[in-house]
Ligand binder design. Structure first.
Ligand SMILES: C[S@@+](CC[C@H](N)C(=O)[O-])C[C@H]1O[C@@H](n2cnc3c(N)ncnc32)[C@H](O)[C@@H]1O
Length: 345
């Protein structure tokens, strides 16, 4: 007898494939670093985040305890790198630092003792909270316009990745699509797709809520209303390669983030509750290339004269420049969105 296909919405399929008991992020093993390289694996990123942390410390007036929270920390590489950089660059600030790495995965072996490891973001954060490549892994539903010109929620077979059209979007999904990612319905729009960011918006709100005073940053593959991809971005990654999005737990499932919608979600949270918008929360949306430049990170090569006077220093400078160039490449990591929320500082 042929097995009966269990059709799931993409939101449910992602939840199961990434975070279920056998999910991609729950399985023991080497963790995300075995499957893809992120900015967190580049030492100059820790320096950039460390520099931002020093700015935040200054804005906060050097609090007795300065928090650094690495949300969805993966293997904790960024947290460890920031602690190391700060200890060398500003030991008096490092002495006041509480570094917390947050992930669903167990604490990685070899993480410095100075780093706390926890499963959920602490509240009352006074300092900097960063979420690098988290929101793209927060579950989302997909809507697609059919041959009849009507957008429906896509359902997927988790074993094969085959898709079929499901229900019409519900009221909240419909409202999100209309505001953030309109799929012009009608005959010639058949095949157009959108990834519905309601859970990403809520996830961003939830971490900004953890701030007592300070800055929260989301860094991710992203797009804004000016340039949504016509067919969406949902895809898979396994062992360094892009693969078809089959939500069977064997690969990462990711979709770029509508960061402009996340930014506005802080306002709509206030509107939903009837409370006035918090005038102490300000938002900045830019790119990694722009923000790292603003933090003084560039891929400029060291002065050639250094090669004669300090050959080792010259080589170190060259290697730092090439790491910085990777982080600021506009066609790669430099094109990532940086969404910053400044709360009470
Ligand atoms: C793509 S990895 C990014 C890891 C790291 N930030 C980096 O840039 O290399 C996404 C991580 O998010 C974690 N994650 C997803 N949802 C989470 C949640 N609700 N709380 C904590 N960690 C979460 C996963 O376990 C995974 O380690």
């Amino acid at each position: 007898m042929a097995a009966v296909t269990e059709w799931l919405t993409w939101r449910t399929a992602m939840e199961q494939a990434l975070y279920g008991p056998e999910g991609f992020y729950r399985r023991p093993g080497a963790g995300p670093a075995a499957h893809f390289r992120t900015s967190a694996h580049n030492p100059v990123f820790a320096e950039a985040v460390g520099r931002l942390l020093l700015r935040v410390d200054e804005r906060l007036g050097a609090p007795a305890r300065l928090d650094f929270v690495d949300m969805a920390a993966g293997g904790g590489e960024l947290t460890a790198g920031v602690v190391e950089w700060l200890t060398a660059a500003a030991p008096e600030v490092a002495a006041r630092l509480r570094a917390v790495a947050v992930d669903l995965r167990p604490r990685p072996e070899g993480l410095p003792e100075a780093v706390e490891w926890t499963g959920s973001a602490p509240s009352g954060v006074v300092g900097l909270l960063i979420a690098n490549e988290w929101l793209d892994n927060v579950v989302c539903d997909v809507a697609e316009v059919g041959a009849d010109g009507v957008a429906r929620i896509v359902e997927v077979d988790p074993d094969s990745g085959d898709e079929r059209a499901g229900e019409l979007p519900d009221a909240a999904q419909q409202a999100w699509l209309e505001r953030w990612w309109p799929l012009s319905e009608g005959g010639d729009s058949a095949g157009a797709r959108a990834e519905i960011g309601l859970d990403r918006d809520a996830a961003w709100r939830s971490v900004v809520d953890r701030l007592e005073r300070g800055v929260a940053v989301a860094v991710d593959y992203s797009h804004t209303a000016a340039g949504r991809p016509r067919f969406g971005t949902l895809t898979g990654y396994r062992e360094g390669h892009q693969v078809p999005a089959v939500p069977d737990g064997s690969c990462d499932i990711t979709a770029h983030v509508a960061l402009d919608a996340c930014a506005a979600a802080l306002d709509s949270a206030a509107l939903d509750s009837g409370a006035p918008r918090d005038p102490m929360v300000e938002t900045v949306l830019t790119t990694q290339r722009e923000y790292l430049r603003e933090l003084g990170i560039s891929g400029a090569r060291p002065d050639l004269a250094l090669a004669a006077s300090d050959p080792l220093g010259y080589l170190r400078g060259l290697s730092r420049a090439s790491a910085a160039a990777e982080l600021t490449d506009p066609g790669g990591l430099g094109g990532f969105g940086w969404l910053l929320a400044f709360a009470g500082c």
